[in-house]
Design a binder for this molecule. Structure first.
Ligand code: PEP
Ligand code: MG
Length: 886
């Protein structure tokens, strides 16, 4: 009858499309989740594994009702009962992107007036009536635009009339009356009768869920929930198992593992005489699944285990089987019908990263999934929660400022407004948050001392951001909604609250937020499953992952994260140590080359010592030393006081020092005398650095017994002539050192490709450079003509308005900057076949950018040590996906 009705009502299009609808058991193939959604795929796996999951079929996303007739007939045959004659089905959404919220499932479809006898015979009259009024309510609300509240009111009135407070207490008579109320509401609200044709119910339900999915508001909600707004929706039609009727009957939800830790331990809720997700709806207090859980929670209502031990045992068994069948941790929905347990639906367990890693590793260790699958399961960016303290889930958040999430993790401390105050507090072992308008090299020691850094200005590659990431300290930059009053030592928030030096705040560098007070923090953990997963990732990846490390401390941290070497040592950062800065200033302010050389002679042993440390710590792994890069005036003193101290120190009149400093100021220092231009103008600086590198390589090689082949990198080149001039100088120094020491010395000289011209002229540069390292911070800045220090002011807006899909200083602009990289790689390889190619901009720690580098065939990426695990995992995923051709 059902089938002929369907034909009669003409809801089946003339042409059956066999691929539009598939039995759940046929959903094993890879592309299917993209058409039918993950939910349908998982149900298919459960059925295949022999779990008690009722049969059903899935309708592919966007496919309407093609093929419905054949699918229903097959289902009726499988169930041994016809739609309209006692077969009840559920209709639920199976989104392709599972982050998308869905409309509630429509249950009990097929429970027409004519089917009531069949259902009464199965579960009794009271339960049949309860199922019927549930169908009328959900169906009319979802498919006929009836107001759900009207049904709630009618239920409330009936409860009041019966003197009851829970719907499960309503008897047969009350439910019969309620059914009549509901049918009248449908007529009143919709001017139509409730459809008493099972096939009509199904087709109208399909139309309703499709319409709800395509509604403009639904797209907006998807976007707001972080799902793809355009994602499709498969639909699942599945035979119902009924949670109402003879005891024990009911419905519940459960999970095999804790979503917090990933540890195995069945947990969940069960509600007697219930359906679907009733147990989560809070209408009645649900029961816990096990006695142990009940005792721990201090509940006195018996648990399912105590109510129906056999059903509870079956659920625990099924939970384990479901995980193996699906190959992932999941929440599951189950129904108990007169003691018979069915699993009806599953959703991925929304576990935090720590739990997700544990699950993936345990599943791979048990053989349920492959190691590759485990590697692919974890979103590399989410590893930050393993590497830094984080604010505990659910902890209160009193946000006082918003900016860019420049360096992840969280820290609590007292506000300080100067690097000196930060150092003083650190000396007393007090945690402080350094708050500045922006930071400059002079703040570095204060930044070392602080537990976190907050700046009003700046972008993702501004000074504060780069340094904080290197230190692994949380940092929020570009928090333009707070105002600093340096002299009053206060900060004022957008809502007018004033915080003074010493007040406690918390920085959430992962969210880009500053919060009032001390938040509860969760400490990082890098052993156990995390270490296992990282080991697997290292075995799987092709590309090397190096660290950007400037000091011995950085190098040790990097070693702890198992990097393959140092890809960028920014040597200018070595000059900010106590005592060195003034020597550097003397060197810069020297008006004669001889004075400059004298100052450099003093810096030489310090640099050499630093490099010996780096080479020794890295023990034979490659170390790339970049010669001095920033504009020289950045080293100069800023305030009057500092100028005076320097003048005293140099025994020069204040005026002379001031004038010299003024002479060096540039209109646009980022595009001025920086990088190799400093080397061309003052070759003695680079010569000193080269000497320090070579002497250190020999010393470290002798001390450790592992020969060191340093890599010297020349920054900001744009013409091969620059490289030629400087390479000749460096080679001459090497020759001198060889002669002086008699020691063998091998080294490589390469170029940073970080100007568009360098990328375009890569073939030419490769005739001199033995390797290229792409400096994508500057390359992004120059490709966009967008200041890396000022972009923070409008970047949030730009991303929010979709001008940029992402901050290009954070995730590589594949279309623009990416094209330059590909072009440079191709031209560089032409100029020097087999040239080593690496990337050392901040993008080296961004998973999407790492994937790009893998596809481009680069040899390594280099990023701040704390992001190395992210890059290692991203590189492994990229290798696997690349090999699979995804
Ligand atoms: C770059 O420009 O990408 C780079 C690594 O150098 P820096 O950030 O020091 O300018
Ligand atoms: Mg650069």
């Amino acid at each position: 009858m059902g089938v002929s009705h369907i034909r009669h009502r003409n809801i089946v299009t003339a042409m059956d499309n066999p691929t539009a609808i598939a039995s759940l058991t046929r959903l094993g193939a890879q592309p299917e989740p993209l058409r039918f959604g993950g939910k349908a795929l998982r149900l298919g796996k459960l059925i295949d594994a022999g779990l008690p999951t009722p049969p059903g079929f899935a309708i592919a996303s966007g496919e309407g009702m093609n093929g419905l007739l054949a699918a229903i007939t097959t289902l009726e045959d499988e169930a041994g009962v016809r739609l309209g004659q006692g077969l009840l089905v559920s209709l639920r959404s199976s989104p392709v992107d599972e982050a998308a919220p869905t409309a509630p499932a429509i249950l009990n479809i097929g429970l027409t007036a004519g089917a009531m006898d069949h259902i009464t015979a199965r579960v009794g009259a009271r339960a049949a009536l309860d199922l019927r009024r549930r169908l009328i309510q959900t169906f009319a609300s979802a498919s006929m635009d009836a107001d759900p509240e009207a049904f709630e009111n009618a239920l409330y009135d009936r409860l009041k009339f019966a003197g009851e407070d829970s719907e499960d207490a309503l008897d047969e008579t009350a439910l019969k009356a309620l059914e009549a109320d509901y049918l009248a509401i449908v007529r009143d609200e919709t001017d139509q009768d409730f459809p008493e044709d099972a096939a009509d119910q199904l087709s109208m339900g399909i139309t309703a869920l499709t319409r709800a999915w395509n509604a403009p508001t639904a797209r907006i909600v998807r976007q707001a929930k972080g799902a793809d707004p355009e994602t499709g929706q498969g639909l699942i039609v599945q035979v119902m198992s009924l949670g109402l009727g003879p005891e024990p009957s009911g419905a519940g939800v459960g999970a095999l593992r804790s979503a917090q830790t990933g540890e195995v331990g069945v947990n969940g809720r069960f509600l007697p005489q219930a359906q679907g997700e009733d147990a989560l709806m809070g209408m009645r207090t649900p029961r816990l699944l096990t006695r142990a859980a009940r005792e721990e929670a201090g509940q006195n209502k018996p648990s399912l285990e105590e109510l129906a031990p056999a059903a509870a045992a079956k659920i625990i068994e099924l939970a384990e089987q479901a995980e193996v069948a699906i190959g992932d941790a999941c929440n599951f929905e189950f129904t108990v019908e007169h003691g018979e347990v069915s699993v009806l639906d599953t959703q991925p367990l929304v576990a935090n990263t720590r739990a997700a890693i544990r699950v993936a590793v345990e599943l791979a260790e048990s053989g349920a999934i492959s190691r590759e699958e485990a590697i692919l399961r974890i979103e590399p960016g989410a590893l930050t929660s393993h590497l830094h303290p984080m604010i505990a889930d659910g902890a209160p958040r009193d946000v006082i400022g918003k900016g860019l999430p420049a360096s992840p993790g969280a820290a609590t401390g007292a506000i300080v407004f100067s690097p000196e105050a930060a150092e003083a507090a650190a000396a007393q072992e007090r945690g402080v948050i350094l708050v500045r308008v922006e930071t400059s090299p002079e703040d570095i020691r204060g930044m070392h001392a602080a537990t976190g850094v907050l700046t009003v200005r700046g972008g993702m590659t501004s000074h504060a951001a780069v340094i904080a990431r290197g230190l692994g300290a949380p940092c929020v930059v570009g928090a333009g909604d707070i105002q600093l009053d340096q002299s009053a030592r206060t900060l004022t928030t957008a809502d007018g609250r004033v915080f003074s030096e010493g007040d406690t705040i918390t920085l959430d560098g992962s969210a880009g937020e500053a919060l009032a007070g001390a938040s509860e923090l969760v400490q990082p953990e890098i052993s156990g499953s995390f270490a296992t997963l990282m080991g697997w990732a290292d075995e799987a990846r092709r590309m090397k992952v190096r660290a950007n490390a400037d000091t011995a401390t950085d190098a040790r941290v990097a070693q702890g994260f198992n990097v393959d070497g140092i890809g960028l040592c920014r040597t200018e950062h070595m000059f900010f140590e106590n005592g060195r800065i003034n020597m550097m200033r003397r060197m810069i302010l020297a008006s004669e080359e001889t004075d400059r050389r004298a100052a450099l002679d003093q810096l030489l042993p310090m640099q050499r010592g630093d490099f010996v440390d780096l080479f020794t710590i890295m023990a034979g792994l490659p170390v790339t030393i970049r010669l001095l890069d920033p504009p020289l005036h950045e080293f100069l003193p800023h305030g009057e006081n500092e100028l005076r101290t320097l003048a005293d120190d140099m025994d020069l009149p204040l005026r002379v020092v001031k004038d010299r400093a003024d002479e060096m100021r540039e209109f646009n220092p980022m595009l001025g005398n920086r990088g190799c231009r400093v080397g061309v103008a003052f070759p003695e600086i680079y010569e000193m650095q080269a000497r320090a590198v070579f002497e250190a390589a020999i010393i470290a090689g002798e001390q450790t017994g592992a020969p060191v082949t340093p890599e010297i990198m020349i920054p900001l080149v744009s013409a091969n002539r620059e490289l030629e001039l400087l390479t000749t100088r460096v080679e001459a120094v090497a020759e001198q050192v060889r002669r002086e020491t008699g020691a063998p010395l091998t080294y490589h000289i390469g170029a940073m490709v970080e100007t568009p011209r360098a990328a375009l002229r890569a073939e030419d540069l490769a005739s001199t450079a033995e390797f290229f390292s792409f400096g994508t911070n500057d390359l992004t800045q120059m490709t966009y003509g967008l200041s890396r220090d000022d972009a923070g002011r409008f970047m949030r807006d730009y991303v929010a308005k979709g001008v940029f899909p992402e901050d290009p200083f954070h995730s590589l602009d594949l279309e623009g900057v990416g094209e330059l990289l590909l072009l440079a790689a191709e031209r560089g390889r032409k100029g020097r076949p087999g040239i080593t190619l690496g990337l050392c901009g901040e993008h080296g720690g961004d998973p999407a950018s790492v994937r790009f580098c893998e596809l481009a065939g680069f040899d390594y990426v280099s990023c701040s040590p704390f992001r190395a695990p992210i890059a290692r995992l991203a590189a492994a995923q990229a290798t696997i996906l690349n090999r699979r051709g995804d």
